[in-house]
Write a protein that binds this ligand. Structure first.
Ligand code: ATP
Length: 576
């Protein structure tokens, strides 16, 4: 497949307003692709060169790309800068300046390997080399291809093709319907690598997908926790449970594969560089290979206190890592093990996995097993919950002792119990920003008035609206948020957004915000949970608590199903 053919399809996808249409176009692309082309198509359409968990970056920022555009098209750089100020999108800037190429378009495989080569360049003089190679590539492309190449390089695809859309498109390409979704999803939950999955499906069919196993070095999607309203409900539903403190840190998946250690966040990004203490501790474990699941928390050795989540994630900024590691070293409370010495442990009962975690971590003082108490008494569970809250923790997680580790599933294998604030919702909701209104008065000065927010409908892979947000941020907070929003603005409603509201400015669904609300109420206008015979849901008195950009993708936001369950639980609380 030539790159200009892919680019023309990306343009079509950009023009569509419906998600079904998006899936159809993408499945046509896949149908026309050979096995070797699948990875070079799949990663770039998501603005990547490799799976999400591999930290491969082209390493050319906006400024250098402007230099490359100027050189490729023989125009002064000032002209590129000026035009870019008008368009606000470097891809469009390149498209406007592009000249017809002299040769036929390179193939998708060529473009992908060319960019991968640029990404791999390092050492003295590599910046110049990167720039020269990128310029050469750009001058060989037509205008539409140039637009998409620049966006891929910046990792800023306007489309926001989510992983479920790719899985649907693969199923349609092979079967003409969604029937392959379950087997594709299983493979995806175990490997998190869409390029690998696509290639395996083409080369070895469904059996090949089944044979893709959990492997050290390859993150699996995390098991997630359900909610129940109180300890009584937990014991009634699960019987005997293992109870652990709920730490408010950063979810980490720690992999050791021979001498290689890697650490992944909840959304499976690589955070290896940010956590040298955890890497050192994992390297020292007496195992050939292992995958651990836990919560990392920075602590202050002087005050012996744990540091809040936001400070733990500040590590992502590379500069201060070592300083952070000295001042507030990390510990990880490990609560699960999914793989050891070549063996997949996910099907073992939790109780056994926990024993293995204890064996593996026996001698480490950085990787500690989270304490586990067993109980089938609601009184005992209540006591644990209150004890943990009084120690400054978020609450507890209760786990079924006989449950397997179900990658990617949110189910009652794990149930989180948090502090209950006097009948109000006792959990925050993670919403995705979908648009904003131009503010009036003081708000206009910050650039944005109310924000239109939605949750994720996992059944249809769409974002549906649930609230408008106007409070919870300081003046500076509004300015910061608006700055982040400016790169997400899109001219029309994105295909995966379902909304009855039309904000002044639409946003690509990307930014996840944690919100606290008093109540979930039925709503005739919001589309969250709305069907032909049922109204949608809205949030009453929503206020922004924090940005969850560090560890959540838009598809990791709260789902419609969770909102529905929270609404049911709220009704139960109201009637007791
Ligand atoms: P979720 O991860 O469920 O989407 P979230 O990130 O907002 O939601 P919570 O809903 O508050 O987090 O709770 C689940 C998270 O709690 C886990 O993802 C994990 O990061 C954290 N956690 C802390 N302690 C534990 C523990 N002992 N067992 C499991 N998870 C724990």
């Amino acid at each position: 497949m030539r790159f200009d053919e892919l680019a023309a399809n990306l343009d079509q996808m950009e023009g569509t307003k419906s998600r079904n249409e998006l899936v159809r176009i993408l499945s046509d692309v896949y149908r026309a692709a050979s096995a070797g082309e699948l990875a070079p198509i799949t990663y770039p359409i998501q603005g990547r060169l490799a799976p999400f968990f591999e930290p491969v970056e082209v390493g050319l920022g906006e400024r250098l790309l402007m230099t490359a555009i100027a050189a490729a098209y023989g125009v002064p750089k000032e002209e590129v800068v000026k035009l870019n100020r008008q368009t606000g999108d470097l891809g469009v800037t390149a498209q406007r300046l592009a000249r017809p190429p002299e040769h036929e378009s390179p193939s998708v495989v060529d473009v992908h390997s060319w960019l991968t080569g640029i990404a791999g360049a390092s050492g003295p003089g590599s910046q110049q080399q990167k720039l020269a190679n990128f310029t050469a590539l750009l001058s060989n492309l037509d205008a539409t291809s140039a637009k998409h190449l620049v966006r891929i390089t910046l990792g800023k695809m306007r489309l926001g093709i989510g992983d479920p859309t790719v899985l649907d498109a693969l199923s349609f390409a092979k079967k003409g319907d969604r029937s392959l979704r379950p087997v594709l999803e299983g493979a995806y939950n175990r490997t998190s690598d869409l390029g690998l999955i696509a290639r395996t499906l083409w080369e070895s069919g469904e059996q090949g997908l089944d044979a893709l196993k959990v492997t050290a070095g390859h993150p699996l999607r995390p098991q997630l926790a359900e909610r129940l309203p109180n300890p009584e409900a937990v014991i009634k539903k699960l019987g005997m449970v293992g109870v652990q403190p709920k730490y408010d840190g950063l979810r980490v998946q720690i992999h050791k594969a021979g001498d290689e250690v890697s650490i992944f966040s909840r959304n499976l990004e690589s955070w290896t560089e940010a956590f040298p203490e955890l890497v050192a501790a994992a390297s020292g474990l007496k195992v050939e290979s292992v995958i651990l699941d836990g919560e990392a928390i920075a602590y202050n050795p002087e005050s012996e206190e744990y540091v809040p989540f936001q400070e733990t994630t500040a590590r992502r900024r590379k500069e201060g890592v070592q300083q952070f590691a000295n001042q507030a070293p990390l510990r990880a409370f490990v609560f699960d093990v999914m793989f050891r010495d070549g063996t997949d442990l996910t099907q073992l009962p939790y109780e056994r996995r926990f024993e293995i975690a204890q064996e593996v971590l026996r001698r480490s003082d950085t990787l500690l097993t989270a304490p586990l108490t067993k109980t089938d008494s609601a009184e005992q569970l209540t006591k644990e919950l209150l004890d943990n809250i009084s120690r400054g923790l978020e609450g507890v997680v209760a786990k079924r002792l006989d449950s397997p580790y179900q990658a990617g599933a949110r189910n009652f294998n794990w149930v989180k119990l948090k502090r209950n604030t006097s009948g109000r919702l006792n959990d925050t909701i993670d919403v995705v920003l979908l648009g904003y209104y131009l503010g009036k008065g003081k708000r206009a000065e910050f650039g944005a008035g109310a924000l239109l927010a939605g949750v994720y409908d996992a059944d249809t892979d769409e974002f549906v609206t649930i609230s408008k947000l106007g409070t919870g941020l300081s003046d500076q907070g509004w300015r910061d948020i608006h700055q982040r929003l400016s790169s997400l603005e899109v001219p029309v409603k994105p295909p995966r957004v379902r909304s009855n509201f039309v904000p002044d400015v639409w946003l690509k669904p990307a930014l996840v915000v944690e919100v606290l609300a008093d109540e979930i109420t039925p709503s005739p206008r919001h589309t969250a949970g709305m069907t032909a015979d049922r109204p949608g849901f809205a949030l009453r008195f929503p206020r922004i608590v924090s940005l969850r950009t560090a560890d959540k993708k838009p598809e990791d936001a709260t789902t419609v199903r969770e909102i529905q369950e929270m609404f049911e639980q709220q009704k139960q609380r109201g009637s007791t």
